[in-house]
Design a protein around this ligand. Sequence first.
Ligand SMILES: [Zn+2]
Ligand SMILES: [Zn+2]
Length: 137
Amino acid sequence: MLCPVCKKEMVDVEHDRIELDYCVKCRGVWFDANELELLLDKYNLQDCDLTFSKLKNKTSEDIAEKKQKCPVCKKTMGKIKIGDSSQTIIDICVNGDGLWFDGGEVVQLIRHASKDIQQESNAEQQVINFLGEVFRI
Ligand SMILES: [Zn+2]
Ligand SMILES: [Zn+2]
């Protein structure tokens, strides 16, 4: 699969049965829709507002950031703001293929997810550790 930003071939990363595509150049991450659910399930975050089906309904037209094309279906992806201060913007395929995170955004997503359902920070830390192991961030 090609990185939607650099158009370079991404590498498959597998960790704990969750598979991601990772761009070594821009450090962006592609999640298939079902891989996101797997990750949230793994840490009991499946009741938060960050499931794929909920996110898909939140795309906003008035975000100026450059649009990216879905690496699977090549359609222009929608943009979603995450978090109260809205500093995190992710791309989502409205056809349901998956999500794109620019480098570093995935950690902000997880932070937001665990805050959202007011879990003890333990789950958050586990997810961040997981991603830290995968991406060495
Ligand atoms: Zn890239
Ligand atoms: Zn797509």
